[in-house]
Write a protein that binds this ligand. Structure first.
Ligand code: ATP
Ligand code: MG
Length: 237
């Protein structure tokens, strides 16, 4: 099975458990202020932003929230692939056409998760995500959904995420363990600080679960002494 939507297939796996922990932590950090629009970014490419967005969306929907996944990585949109949708239309088109963007918001196989895909790659992504239309769209969808999870390109590479960070309630920074250079991670944080973004937390991705206590905790707790044994299917929480 593809790693991508593991929270849907294996609700008892350590990864799903990790996403539930992330979900809970996001809830904790938003106790005093309404945190609806959450942007996910990383310093560099391929650290796991899009995977985090999709799995966190599933995990949040499993806790009864209505979630919109907004693919604002207009340079390399991938949410449509993760949710098995086409990408003929989407955010890029919605931002330049008069047509109501709501018709582009799609249902997914996951109850509670809807997706506005990135759409065809435009020549001016930074301009589009920084537009008044984008601001208005963000305001409107936050009235319609409990949570909006926004996928973005890497922040050290391009300006789009820093621009968007000013219009969201919080930012989650994904860092690939052992891959991201310290200076690079520092620059990401500085870029977010500079625009006054609220960093909700950092997700350390691609950590080796086998060597962590977490792995043992999981197998101990769920009583499986044979990791190869197929986990029993459990109902979504
Ligand atoms: N924890 C993980 N363990 C193993 N593979 C992972 C993990 N997280 C992500 N991947 C894989 O790494 C690749 C990059 O992940 P993803 O597309 O989520 O990163 P990204 O930060 O969105 O990349 P981009 O900068 O290109 O948008 C994908 O093939 C994904 O399946
Ligand atoms: Mg991505």
């Amino acid at each position: 099975m593809a790693y991508s939507l593991i929270t849907l297939e294996q609700t008892k796996s350590p990864i799903s458990e990790a996403f539930r922990t992330l979900r809970t932590n996001v809830q904790f950090t938003s106790v005093d202020s309404e945190t609806k629009k959450i942007m996910i970014t990383s310093a560099g490419p391929r650290e796991g932003k899009s995977t985090t967005v999709a799995n966190l969306a599933v995990s949040m929907a499993q806790s009864g929230k209505s979630v919109l996944v907004l693919d604002a990585d207009l340079r390399n949109p991938t949410q449509h692939k993760l949710f098995g949708l086409d990408n003929r239309e989407g955010l890029s088109v919605a931002l330049v056409q008069e047509q109501d963007y709501r018709s582009y918001i799609r249902e997914t196989a996951v109850s509670g998760v809807m997706v506005l895909t990135g759409g065809p790659i435009p020549p001016n992504p930074a301009e589009l995500v920084g537009s008044k239309r984008m601001k208005r769209l963000l305001e409107e969808v936050s009235e319609q959904f409990d949570i909006i999870l926004i996928d973005t390109p890497p922040i050290v590479a391009v300006t789009d995420p820093a621009i968007l960070a000013q219009d969201v309630d919080g930012v989650i920074l994904v860092m690939a363990s052992g891959e991201v250079h310290k200076d690079y991670a520092q620059s990401a944080k500085e870029l977010l600080d500079k625009v006054g973004a609220k960093i909700l937390g950092v997700v350390l991705n691609k950590a080796d679960m086998k060597t962590s206590d977490y792995y043992y905790y999981y197998y101990y707790y769920h009583g499986s002494d044979n990791p190869k044994k197929k986990p029993k299917r459990h109902k979504n929480r």
